[in-house]
Every structure is written in C-alpha cells, then in structure tokens.
Design a protein around this ligand. Structure first.
Ligand code: ADP
Ligand code: ADP
Ligand code: MG
Length: 472
C-alpha cells in the first residue's frame, strides 16, 4: 500500500470544504476511464479518493491522480477487481467510508452492497434487493409487467428443447434466446427459424453457466427494426425519483453499444414523455436509490416501446446525459449514497442541445476488431467548443491486454444534432493516437453515412455498415 503525493493532490486542490458530511474518503473498486471519472467527482466534493489497482494498473492515470493507491492483486480480474473480500478489507483498512464500484466488475454483484452493509461501509449504488431483482431478467420482466409497463413479449424460463420449441412457436419466429443473468451483450442469440433452435439451445445453457454462473434461459420475440432507447434515472434515500431524459444507443456491434446520443432523435413527443415516465415508474416501484438506467426497445414499425432491462449502476454512456442536462451524475450518486437528498427536482431539469458519444477502443476494425494492446507512442486528445474526452490514457501509457478495450470516450455537445455530429467528426479527426490500432477510422466512416445524419437507424444498422467498411 502506498500513500503518494499525486500530481493532482487534494492538498493544493480547490474545494476547501467537504460537501458530503458522511464521506471524507471514498474507495474506488474499478480501473480505466471510470476510475478517473470517479476521482474527478471526489475532487469536486472535497473527498479523498483511494484507488484499488491490480499489479497491471500501478502506472495508470487514475493511480497517479488518486490520493492513495492500494494494490489488491495480480492483473487477472478474478484475483483482483472481482475479489469482494479483498476489496472490502482494503476499503476498511484505508479508513474509507464508502465504495464506488464503477461499471462492470462488481458493480452489479448483489453481495457487494450486502457485505458493505454488514461492515458499516456505504455502497455507492442501489440497495442490494434492486440489484438482485433487476439482475435477473426474468424477475425484472415480471415485476415491470406488474407496474403496467409493456414488456417485450416472451416466455418464462425454458427448461429443455421441447419447451423452447413450443414457446417459440407461440411467440412466433424470429425469437431471441437469452440468459436470464446475461449482461454486456453476452448470452443473446437470435433464432430466425425453428430448425436452428435445438443447436442454439444446446450450447446456450452451458455458455450461460460458464459466463454468468446461471444457466437459466428464456425467449423473447425478436424485434427486427428496433431502436434502443434508455432513460437515466436518479433516486435518493428520501424517496425522490427523477429522470434526466433519454439516450438512443441503437448503434451497436454484437449487442454492445458503440455510439450513443441524447436526446433520442426523431421521437414523437408523446412517446418520449411516455418512455421517460415509464423509467421513473419502474425506478419508483422497485424502491430505487442511486443512478440507474431503464432500457427500452422501440419498435420502429409499430411505434411501440417495451421494457428491455434495467442497469443498476452508472453507465458507460452517462456523459451524453451530463452534457445535455448539466448534471454531474457521479457526484449525485456519491451524494445520494451519503444520504443527501437530490440537489434539484424534476422541474429544475432542463435539457439543452444534443450530445453524442463515441467509444474509442483499442481494436483493429480491419482485423475483425482484434484487440490491439500496446504502448501509446503518441497521444493527443482533441479539444474545442463542445468537446469532452473521458480517458485514462496518456502518451507513453501501455494499454494492457487484460481488460476491456475502451481507451477513451469522445463526447461532443452542440445546439443541435448536426452541430454535435460535426464536432464529433472534428474531434475524431484530430485525435492523435500512435502505437496501437483503434476503431476511429470505422467511427468516422459511420459518421459520414447519410442514414446516420438523418438519424434513420436501427440496432442492426451498424453491422450492415461494417460489412461495407470491410469491403472498401
Ligand atoms: P453500458 O450500457 O453502460 O454501456 P455495457 O453493457 O456496455 O453497459 O457494460 C458496461 C461494462 O460492464 C462493460 O465493460 C461490460 O463488459 C461490463 N458488463 C456488463 N454486464 C456484465 C456482466 N453481466 N458480466 C460481466 N461484465 C459485464
Ligand atoms: P445486455 O444485458 O447484454 O445489455 P439486453 O437485454 O439489454 O442485454 O440487450 C442488448 C441488446 O440486444 C439491445 O440493446 C438490442 O440491440 C438487442 N436486443 C435484446 N433483446 C432484443 C429483442 N427482443 N429484440 C431485438 N433486439 C433485442
Ligand atoms: Mg442492456
């Protein structure tokens, strides 16, 4: 364990005054850009940041920025970032009052808030029961249906191939076979016709058991011309629940988001209001506290929306909402965990302009997105009006091969969508990265497509564009 004088030390830092009474020291159980993001929120609140690092992350930007760094184990996440007991011990040992899990890793592990509770630590996230309930997609669907919110037509748990075939025929092909405990775009399989079902079913259960420790599968109707629209919610310990508008995350590859924006373009106003209200209804009914996201599928053909799932954590794409709302979501999350009420009400939220986020990953789009770890020989982030870059990288940094390939999020904001797109093109064109491959050439190819500019896209559109890109 090392106490270090960081190059961005709190002692010379700006807030003299601690804003949150119950937290003077926060433990961050994460890495990468989100660790940096949380440290910045701590700074703004006058809180000391203690960072957990694996042996591979000792030289990270977050490690340089944190007030204190604790090595919690080897590079392998199973032996470091995923070890609840080590993390809780390190948090207590450093005198931290709270743990922020970021996203991924332990963020949606219900045992972490439970053990925090037992050990007298605050968890910067929702109550344990919310994570358990929403983490099981079948249970989440059942609860949400009972609140009168439309849910994608689908089945209960399917136990065997016969049951799957029977239920799929009732629902009607194409269907999606999903792992109840799935996440991160994994555990989702489209089945277009009856003959494919048995092969897909055979492998899916075993895969789900290995990936999520739970083999439960179920079926959903596959919505072919869909948009992914999600609502950012915030709830506090006083029972206030508000939304910060919606995001459109329809640009995906392998069910993972690549480009996101806020607000959702070309959505009839009545529908927009209904989706936002549905997000708040769900959060309120489950007794949600903290920042969370309610995801919906919007069927472009029928103009109907359906509940998809809820993510009980801060999301990768939260900055687009911060740009249009002016709300610091991570700061609110920490304040809420400390028992403070939301610092504003719904009527005080005004959404201005349009924001876009591109996820820049260390992957080679020319080589089927093969990971491209390595040393950043040059690294110059773009800036300018309406440009924000969330990153943990710097010139000379070695992008390790062990973790998520996200190296930066480029976020642009403008008075309207066209301005935000133009600024994004400018930003990506002026992002200098040498030493590794990134997806920037592909992102620019996408931004230059007419359909994108028109906002006329769906969740499979990006993969179609990728085929054109790979042919060129
Ligand atoms: P977001 O909507 O915030 O983009 P993602 O689904 O992309 O959420 O997940 C954010 C991060 O969390 C990614 O790094 C993803 O790999 C990880 N993640 C999400 N769900 C799981 C899960 N069930 N198991 C492991 N990792 C997950
Ligand atoms: P995860 O937990 O991995 O994020 P989701 O259930 O949120 O999984 O689905 C991820 C993505 O998969 C959605 O954003 C959407 O693009 C696609 N998808 C999921 N379910 C359906 C469905 N029933 N019809 C069409 N697309 C779907
Ligand atoms: Mg999802």
């Amino acid at each position: 364990m090392g106490s270090r004088s960081s190059w961005w030390s709190l002692k010379q830092g700006f807030p003299e005054r601690r804003v949150v009474a119950r937290i003077s020291r926060l433990f961050i159980a994460n890495r990468g850009e989100i660790a940096v993001r949380i440290i910045k929120a701590c700074r703004a609140l006058g809180i000391e940041a203690v960072l957990a690092v694996s042996e591979a992350d000792r030289e990270s930007m977050a490690a340089r920025m944190a007030d204190r760094v604790v090595c919690i184990g080897p590079a392998r996440a199973q032996e470091s970032y995923l070890r609840i007991s080590t993390i809780v011990c390190a948090a207590k040992g450093t005198g931290s009052q709270a743990i922020h899990p970021g996203y991924g890793f332990l963020a949606e592990h219900p045992d972490l808030p439970k053990i925090c509770d037992e050990q007298g630590l605050l968890f910067v996230g929702p109550p344990e029961h919310c994570i358990r309930e929403m983490g099981n997609k079948l249970l989440a669907r059942k609860m949400v249906r009972s609140y009168g919110i439309p849910v994608i037509p689908g089945s209960e748990k399917v136990r065997n191939i016969r049951e799957a075939e029977h239920r799929a025929r009732e629902i009607g092909f194409p269907v999606i076979l999903k792992a109840a405990a799935g996440g991160g775009g994994r555990g989702i399989k489209i089945v277009s016709e009856p003959s494919q079902l048995s092969t897909v079913f055979e492998t899916a259960g075993a895969e789900a058991r290995t990936a999520f420790g739970n083999e439960v599968l179920y079926l959903e109707k596959y919505i072919p011309h869909a948009r992914h629209i999600e609502v950012q919610v915030l709830g506090d310990a006083q029972g206030n629940v508000i939304h910060l508008g919606e995001r459109d995350c329809s640009l995906q590859r392998r069910y993972q988001k690549v480009i996101e924006e806020a607000p959702a373009p070309s959505l009839p106003d009545a529908l927009r209001q209904q989706i936002r209200a549905a997000g708040v209804t769900i959060a309120r009914n489950i007794g949600y506290r903290s920042a969370g996201t309610v995801e919906f599928i919007f069927d472009k053909e029928t103009q109907k929306f359906y509940f998809l799932e809820m993510n009980t954590r801060v999301q990768v794409e939260h900055p687009v909402t911060e740009m249009v709302s002016g709300v610091d979501i991570v700061r609110e999350q920490i304040r809420i965990a400390a028992g403070e009420p939301l610092s504003f009400s719904q009527s005080m939220v005004t959404l201005t302009g349009h924001a876009i986020e591109c996820r820049v990953t260390a992957e080679a789009p020319e080589r089927d997105f093969a990971p491209s770890p390595g040393k950043l020989r040059e690294w110059v982030t773009p800036d300018g009006p309406g440009i924000r870059v969330d990153t943990h990288c710097y010139a000379g940094y070695f992008v390790p091969p062990y973790y998520d390939s996200l190296i930066a999020k480029v976020i642009t904001h403008g008075k309207d969508r066209a301005t935000a797109i133009d600024r994004m093109k400018y930003a990506l064109e002026h992002f200098v990265i040498r030493g590794i491959d990134t997806v920037i050439p592909f992102l620019l190819f996408v931004l230059n497509r007419d359909e994108y500019r028109k906002g006329d896209v769906h969740t499979k559109w990006l993969e179609e564009v990728l085929e054109d890109y790979q042919k060129k």
